[in-house]
Design a protein. Structure first.
Length: 124
């Protein structure tokens, strides 16, 4: 972990930025609307070191508010909101020739909504 200490904040920032930059499809499929409330990065690790890149992995939790129907429907009692959280993994690939340029790294993520989908059931 000592190797990650100097770049821990940069890895956290890369993971958070990746989640904020675009619609999170896995969560977007669960409700009419959603909002990100918090993003927590709990763990960071070196996943692999190749001949041209180093791949870091960040893991954490995304807290969201899921909303069904419009804001006015929710206010009138015809819609619903539900808070929830989902674990995520984020891979951050950094070229070995510029290992400190984490802000320019290629970042991909996966949000695990399986637990929530399992509770809803296959027909919901």
């Amino acid at each position: 972990m000592a190797i990650l200490s100097p770049i821990q904040q940069a890895l956290d920032n890369a993971a958070v930025e990746a989640l904020l930059e675009e619609t999170i499809q896995a969560i977007d499929e669960l409700a009419s609307h959603y909002s990100l409330d918090e993003i927590y990065v709990d763990q960071r690790s070196i996943k692999s070191i190749g001949s041209q890149q180093i791949t870091y992995e960040a893991e954490g939790t995304v807290d969201v508010t899921l909303q069904w129907e419009s804001n006015s429907d929710v206010r009138n009692g015809d819609g619903a909101e539900l808070s929830g959280n989902f674990p995520f993994k984020c891979e951050i690939e950094v070229p070995l020739d510029d290992v400190w340029n984490i802000s320019g790294a290629e970042t991909t993520y996966f949000i695990d909504t399986k637990r929530w989908r399992d509770v809803r059931g296959a027909d919901d």
